[in-house]
Structures are given as C-alpha cells and as structure tokens.
Design a protein around this ligand. Structure first.
Ligand code: S3P
Length: 446
C-alpha cells in the first residue's frame, strides 16, 4: 500500500496504490460539523462565556467564527482544546465593516441569515465561494420574507451575495417543502428575539442539533415528532454554556464503509455522535449486512455518543428512500461506494437535495465512480447501483467537494491499480487530518 500526497498547480493530488491491506486500529474522527457551527453561533449570541471542547477546526466552522468575529464577538484561538466564545447577546452584534464571508459553508450562510434578518436597523452583506454562490438561498429568503425580513439577492432574489437590512420580524408557522435542518435552524434563530411562537413543520425530520442546543442555552423550545414540528417561543435570552462536541458520524462514515469493504479490516471509532436524526448510515449499513456494534453509549452535553466497532463483512444491496434520507443525507456519496462493492442492486431515491450540495453529488459520484468501472445509473432523485466487486484505479476528481474527495479515496482502497484523486485538499472543509488517518489505518506512519 502506498498513499502519497503531491502538490499540483490547482491543488493537491492523493495517489493511492492499494494492496488490499486490512485496515486496523483505534481512531477518533474530528468534531461534528453541525454541532460545531451551532456552538459558535449560540455562544456568540448568548450572554456570558461559552466553552467548546472538540470543536471541528475545518474550514466551514472557521467561516462561522470569522463572521461572528466581524460582528464584534471575541473567540479565543481556534487551535486550542477548549475554545472560549465571549458571548455578547443577540441585540449587541455589531454592523460589520465589510462583507461577511461564509466560504464553502451553506450552514454558515443559511443559519446566520436568520440572525441578521432580525438585527433591527443594521445592514449586512454576505457572500461565499463559487460553489456557495450557486446554491439556493430562496429556501431561507422566502420564509424570512414572510416574517418581514428585507433581503436582496442575485438572480431574482435567490443566490448569494446577499444584502440584508435587519428589521422587526413577526412569528411564523412555516410548512417547509423540504426536510432541511438549515432551513429549520435559520427560522428558529430568526424567532429567538421576537414575541411569540415561530414554528417549522418538515415533511421528514431533519437533524435536531439546533433544538437540543437552543434548549440547553435557555430558549423555550417545543417539538412534536408526530408532524416533525419544532417551535421556539420568543423572546429568549440565551446564557453561555459548556459544549463538548462529539466526533462527526458523517466523518466516521468513511471508516465504517472502508472497513466493511476491505477484507480482514477491524476499526474501533471512538467518541462518535449517534444522535438518532443522524444514524441513518448505521441502519442502512446494518441492512446491507455490515458488522457494526456500538459500545460505551453515553450522553455528552445533551447529545448521545458511542464508540463504534466495525469489521469487514460481505455487503448486499438494498433500497434507500423516504424518511431515512434526511438522516443520512451527507453519507450518500460514501453509501454509493458501499453499494458498488455490495452484491446485487442498490437503489437510492428521494435524494434530489444532493444536487444542490457543495457539488451535484448525484452526478459527480456517479461519473467519478463510473470512471473506475462502477455500474451506476443516475436517476432524477437518486442512483441505481449494480454491485461489482472490482474497480480499477484511474484519475478522478473531487470537484472541490469534501465528501466526494473522501468517498473516492475509500473506493480506491478496494480497487485494483493506482487511483489519483485530484483536488483532495477539499477534504479539509470537514476533515482536516483525513489523509493522515487514512495512512495510519493502512499501517503507514502518520
Ligand atoms: C446541515 C444540514 C444538512 C447537511 C449539512 C449540514 C446542518 O443540510 O447536508 O451538511 O448543519 O444543519 P440541509 O439542512 O440543507 O439538508
């Protein structure tokens, strides 16, 4: 096995020469991206100190931190084990002197928008990288406008950059056409400072980290699972808390699949968040025949956590559709890799949302895995994958999408011949030390 990182003119290439060595070891994955964003956001708009242990130091949460620093929040150096956010309170955010930059992060832009829209009399502009500037913002702009927000955007008020004039908002009961935690969280944050009930009802339940953390910070939150409803009863005054961020199950997913498809593998992934709104990946892998077991289950600052033991196992295809989709939305590229190595057909449906992520993930994962010999048909809202036990390495592209870069790296471990993944540096968005961990589980020196 050889895993080498090289520099290219337009980024970094990862060159993997597989040897089917079993993956072994005990590893930890970086902090949960969704929880990291929310800890920085709620810490900033609370009164008093918030301490964050295990914060993800990926580019996305760093974008969130820099936006709040630009609005007057003091955040201690982000490379320390315990990050301290000196919360200034919702009403004391300052009008930034320059354009806020959300980088590649949809969560940063959509969640912050709910806060900015309610900052009466203050003016904000926010932009992002070319991927984020092509992702739909109308899903948050429209309901915020129903609450009375004043927002201007490109392309008929749908795309960033955005300009926002903070105004007095009204509470809203919003029936969201999509299951999206970013939409839900944006509106709950918008409802924080206003009198009354702001409610979001979703077609299927999306991740509930905002509801959990808002409650822990002192907001009055009501949820009703019978119709996937979440309500904030404002006005809320939030107080800083201690947050311990668990490992990200979306990052653990790469190792769960890697160990499942490389013969003889056994990995223990410690300290993984297993919030039930995120564990679709575990249920689907188990349905496919994966050998997974949860150990040492516990609750850490309001979120369930466990260690996950995974061993190689022969996988079989299955159908992935319906209400489970939001519970594994970010894991579909790596599940596509699992399906390629499974016996039989895997059909993924109801996942059109993947077309508006950091890349069009349905098109990109289908195209790049097909280059390696996979049999994949793209559907309007999913993929149909016929298992084949042999892929052949070639040159593939991350398309600047972190989850695509890492999914292709895992696929190449079980392929024949050398794979070159172009643009692998995208992985740092959510997993800064991915390549080092890959080398270590493959028995190479870090
Ligand atoms: C996220 C929600 C999901 C997910 C994203 C993070 C969040 O997006 O894909 O990576 O932290 O709220 P949607 O809510 O748009 O589905």
């Amino acid at each position: 096995m050889s895993i080498t990182l090289t520099s290219a003119a337009d980024g970094q290439n990862l060159i993997i020469e597989p040897e089917q060595v079993a993956l072994k070891g005990k590893i930890r994955v970086p902090g949960d991206k969704s929880i990291s964003h929310r800890a920085l956001i709620l810490g900033s708009i609370s009164k008093g100190q918030t301490t964050i242990e295990g914060l993800l130091l990926g580019e996305d949460p760093l974008s969130t931190a820099s936006c709040f620093e630009a609005m007057g929040v003091k955040i201690s150096p982000l490379n320390s084990d315990k990050v301290v956010v000196e919360g200034i309170g919702l009403e004391n955010l300052q009008e930034p002197q320059d354009v806020l930059n959300a980088g590649n992060s949809g969560t940063t832009m959509r969640l912050i928008l709910g806060i900015l829209a309610a900052q009466k009399g203050k003016f904000f502009t926010i932009t992002g990288d070319s991927s984020l500037r092509s992702r739909p913002m109308s899903r948050v702009i429209r309901p915020l406008e129903q609450m009375g927000a004043a927002i201007w955007a490109r392309k008929n008020n749908t795309l960033a950059p955005l300009a926002i004039k903070g105004s007095q908002l009204q509470p809203l009961e919003y029936h969201s056409p999509i299951a999206s935690a970013q939409v839900k969280s944006c509106l709950l944050l918008a409802g924080l400072g206003i009198e009354g009930r702001t409610t979001v009802i979703e077609p299927a339940l999306s991740r509930d980290h905002s509801e959990r953390m808002l409650e822990a910070f002192g907001a009055k939150i009501e949820t009703d699972p019978t119709d996937n409803r979440a309500t904030v009863i404002g006005p809320a005054s939030l107080v800083g808390q201690r947050v311990v961020v668990p490992g990200d199950i979306s990052s653990a997913a790469f190792w769960l699949v890697a160990a499942s498809i490389v013969e003889g593998s056994e990995l223990l992934i410690e300290n993984v968040g297993i919030n039930p709104t995120r564990t679709g990946i575990l249920e689907i892998l188990q349905l496919m025949g994966a050998d997974l077991s949860l150990e040492n289950e516990r609750i850490v600052t309001g979120e369930p956590v466990a260690d996950i033991l995974v061993k190689f196992s022969k996988l079989k295809g299955c159908e992935i559709s319906g209400a489970i989709i939001p519970r594994l939305i970010d894991e579909i590229p790596i599940l596509a890799v699992a399906a390629v190595f499974a016996q039989g057909i895997t059909v993924i449906k109801d996942a059109a949302e993947l077309r508006v992520k950091e890349s069009d993930r349905l098109a990109v994962i289908a195209r790049e895995l097909t280059k390696m010999g996979a049999k994949i048909t793209e559907l309007p809202d999913g993929l149909e994958i016929t298992g084949t036990s042999s892929l052949v390495g070639t040159t593939v592209e991350s398309c600047n999408d972190h989850r695509i870069a890492m999914s292709l790296a895992i696929a190449s471990l079980a392929a024949q011949k050398t794979t070159t993944i172009k643009g692998v540096e995208a992985a740092t968005i959510s997993y800064p030390n991915f390549v080092a961990t890959l080398q270590s589980v493959c028995g190479m020196e870090e």
